[in-house]
Design a protein around this ligand. Structure first.
Ligand code: ADP
Ligand code: MG
Length: 558
């Protein structure tokens, strides 16, 4: 049977391409700059193998030129350029990627990864432009060509003049509408911001003539406006640099520049992995809680870059909820992106990276606890609550990961201690890890129930946050030692002389019955006890749920 070819309605396809792939119009600039960077990469790569081509780094750059009068925005590069055929093939065919073909044809090795692969990014410029003119001269050719298109209707190609090889992409911007402002793409500050956001780490300089207001020479009150060519991007990303080249200040600077937070991070983690999935990451453990941290508005996530180009501002899948306070970025060459390059196609690589990152954060926090207690405590005061939620949530699935990062106030040390510290100094005859719950340390210290345990010389952990007891119930035990509330009926050591209390109960039978009746269902029983020393009465619980937990549970919305 003869196989028939699919026909595509190119006009409609182009229309779809332009209007439904991208969520933000501003990314057109990222796409054009990425293409320009690929074009320079290609000439650089060719120069490595072709003796007739030389690569002088200074003469390779990308330039952005807004022209308010004519409402055009031009993105130029001094890259490899396109021949007439290439213009036809690459810009006249949707989903034709010259860059992908180049990668295959040249068997490009690691480190020369081009950004382009889908052959659609170029058309995103039609989101903001009515007409696009491309003037291009291929390296090694004498003739330049002009490609011109108003979108779906088609395009024209004709010979033209151009100095030097490379490509100029000239966008005739759309007229403003009620809900869309296209003039913004003519404003220097906007262009600079978009470049910074998406293309800061493009390897080649992205230049623009910037208007500067300066004092006139010889005057101290008269200003003049001068145009000065500036490079907008930082080019070498800090995460590609060697750790040995970088100081703490460099990392702090990056934290500030990226607006990860206004505090000084407690710790930075720089990861370089060259394994099954290659990636670089810089992560920060903040010291202070962001104002919206414990609200539903807070969004966790790390910045995600594919080969130096920003893909996602907050990728939530890179962080587990219990480490949602971590800030930073991940850059990988190995991500398979979807066509809009806003999302990932497969999450296999991402999952691997996320797992690596999680383990690394865990280790670094454990190190911090060991090496800089003071800083760890500062961190824990801000985010300990989140770690405890992490123990409790998902039915305790992460408790093993988190139990050694927890701290509680100790009756013995009068400061925060870890479970490991508690257990390692338990006397041999002590059966349980004791805790007492209450609103504050002060209040707990006055609880009658603590006396008996303290008298035995045992340490008590003070739980002052509502999540504490829930987390501990989820842990169940630590190093085979069970947790036990000091209000529990069974404290694991002899507290009563049964005969004596029996006798006392008999003696006061009527009084106890009267008390129970008067309290009218508020207590289950009234009993004599020797648990008390300096207090006349106390409450005990005989179920799994403590009085404190009951309070939380009854306050929770159904
Ligand atoms: P992609 O970058 O994914 O390949 P694009 O639609 O962005 O897809 O670009 C299509 C093709 O057009 C590129 O692969 C490249 O061959 C060519 N191209 C686009 N811009 C330029 C440029 N500035 N210089 C040289 N070639 C370019
Ligand atoms: Mg592209």
């Amino acid at each position: 049977m003869a196989v028939k070819e699919f026909k595509a309605e190119s006009k409609r396809l182009l229309d779809m391409m332009i209007h439904s792939i991208y969520t933000q119009k501003e990314i057109f600039l990222r796409e054009l700059i990425s293409n320009a960077s690929d074009a320079i990469d290609k000439i650089y790569y060719k120069a490595l193998t072709d003796e007739n081509l030389t690569f002088d780094k200074d003469s390779y750059y990308i330039k952005i030129t807004p022209d308010k009068e004519n409402r055009t925005l031009t993105v130029s590069d001094t890259g490899i350029g396109m021949t007439e055929t290439e213009l036809e093939e690459n810009l006249g065919t949707i989903a034709q990627s010259g860059s992908l073909a180049f990668k295959h044809d040249n068997e490009m090795k690691d480190g020369y990864d081009l950004i382009g692969q889908f052959g659609v990014g170029f058309y995103s410029a039609f989101m903001v432009a009515d007409e696009i003119t491309v003037i291009s001269k291929a390296a090694g050719s004498d003739q330049a060509y002009k490609w011109q298109s108003k979108g779906a209707e088609g395009y024209t190609i004709e010979p033209c003049e151009k100095n030097g090889n490379g490509t100029d992409i000239i966008l005739k911007l759309k007229e403003n509408t009620e809900d869309e402002d296209y003039d913004q793409y003519l404003e220097e500050y906007r262009l600079r911001a978009i470049v910074k956001k998406y293309s800061d780490f493009i390897r080649y300089p992205i230049k623009m003539d910037v208007t500067e207001r300066r004092l006139k020479e010889g005057s101290d009150d008269e200003y003049e406006e001068v145009k000065e060519e500036q490079t907008l991007n930082s080019m070498v990303p800090i995460w590609r640099k060697n750790k040995s080249e970088l100081t703490d200040e460099d990392y702090e600077q990056f934290y500030m520049e990226k607006h990860y937070g206004f505090d000084k991070p407690v710790k930075h983690i720089h990861i370089k992995v060259d394994g099954t999935v290659r990636y670089n990451a810089i992560l920060y453990i903040p010291e202070k809680i962001p104002f919206d941290y414990y609200t539903p508005e807070y969004e966790k996530g790390l910045e995600l870059y594919a080969n130096g180009v920003l893909i996602m501002e907050k990728c939530p899948d890179l962080l587990p909820d219990y480490f949602s306070f971590v800030k930073g970025m991940v850059d990988s060459e190995d991500l398979s992106l979807n066509i809009s390059r806003e999302m990932l196609q497969h999450d296999r690589q991402l999952k691997l990276i996320a797992k690596n990152i999680k383990n690394k954060i865990k280790r670094e926090l454990a190190n911090l606890l060991k090496e800089n207690r003071e800083q760890y405590e500062a961190f824990f005061k801000s985010f300990g609550r989140q770690l405890k939620f992490g123990v409790y949530n998902e039915f305790g699935a992460h408790k093993e990961d988190l139990q050694d990062l927890l701290m509680f106030y100790s009756s013995k040390e009068k400061k925060l201690v870890t479970l490991d510290e508690y257990v390692s100094r338990m006397p041999e005859d002590q059966k349980y890890i004791y805790y007492a719950t209450g609103e504050s340390i002060d209040r707990i210290e006055k609880l009658p129930q603590t006396e008996l345990v303290l008298d035995k010389g045992y340490e008590i952990l003070y739980f002052t946050e509502d999540i504490d007891e829930f987390a501990i119930k989820m842990l169940m035990n630590y190093k085979e030692k069970e947790f036990r509330s000091v209000s529990s009926g069974d404290l694991g050591f002899e507290t009563e002389d049964k005969k004596e209390t029996d006798a006392e109960e008999k003696e006061n039978k009527e009084l106890f019955a009267f008390m129970k009746e008067t309290l009218d269902g508020k207590v289950k029983n009234v009993r004599a006890s020797h648990r008390l020393k300096s207090h006349p009465v106390c409450f005990t619980t005989d179920g799994e749920v403590s009085i404190e937990m009951e309070k939380v549970l009854s306050a929770m919305p159904n």
